[in-house]
Design a protein around this ligand. Structure first.
Ligand code: CTP
Ligand code: CA
Length: 226
């Protein structure tokens, strides 16, 4: 009887994976955020660990259990997420940016709770742009490091994802249609199109985030790291 050994396809690889959605404070009790639950990023971390990778998960405001043998760093804002990634990227073989990063944050964070008054029946918030983390990390990337992004789109999925893969110098983008209920944001299932630098596309069925994560790890082990 011959034993088929389970190959640790990502053994020796250090992966940085971001997950969740950033929170941008407005005052001590309020913040701006998005619908990300962190499920996709956590599923990727679990699949990568199972494939033998050394995984650091940078989790923005998630309440999910951390997979066994995965290191976790907790952050709140986009700027904290950038700092946490910058501090670790030079050691990493790949960065997978599954986090939903707020593009803007309140220009001012009030020290005390903002009160409503009889006069203020409307309110205008001034927002400023957050750093584009993938773009900044792209400038630090060495030729043997991989950058993988996500594209959350409600329309023109492939056209928009193609623009992002080029603009952010990515090796792969996971394009995600977030206009449909039950898949994508805050859901258990997902359906994505893996889009490669050379324009090649690979569309998954509607399936669990665990299965989508496994397919991403397969692509990483058999294609991108070779
Ligand atoms: N991302 C990032 N830093 C930001 C915003 C996004 O690193 N400030 C990353 C996301 O984690 C994702 C990819 O960039 O992997 C694409 O994010 P997305 O929001 O789809 O694209 P944007 O470039 O922000 O463009 P837009 O929201 O205008 O479509
Ligand atoms: Ca965005």
């Amino acid at each position: 009887q011959q034993f088929k050994s389970r190959t640790a396809e990502l053994a020796g690889k250090k992966l940085l994976i971001s997950a969740g959605g950033t929170r941008e404070p407005l005052d001590p009790v309020r913040y701006l955020t998005n619908h990300s639950s962190g499920k996709m990023g956590f599923a990727i971390a679990e699949a990568a660990q199972a494939a033998g990778a050394d995984v650091t998960l940078i989790a923005a405001n998630t309440s999910l259990p951390v997979p066994d043998n995965v290191k976790v760093v907790r952050v709140q804002t986009a700027r904290e997420l950038l700092a946490a990634i910058k501090a670790r990227f030079s050691e990493a073989d790949a960065l997978i940016m599954a986090a939903a990063v707020a593009d803007y944050r309140p220009a001012n964070v009030a020290e005390q709770k903002i009160k409503k008054t009889a006069q203020n029946t409307t309110m205008t918030l001034e927002l400023v742009r957050n750093p584009d983390i993938l773009k900044e990390i792209g400038l630090l990337k060495k030729p043997d490091q991989l950058l993988i992004g996500f594209a959350a789109e409600t329309n023109d999925l492939i056209t928009n994802a193609e623009k992002k893969i080029k603009a952010k110098h990515l090796d792969l983008i996971v394009a995600n249609d977030v206009s449909q209920r039950g898949i994508g944001f805050n859901a258990d299932n997902n359906q994505v199109t893996f889009l490669f630098k050379n324009g090649e596309q690979q569309k998954t069925a509607i399936e669990s985030k665990q299965r989508v994560a496994k397919q991403l790890i397969e692509i990483l082990s058999h294609r991108l790291f070779n």
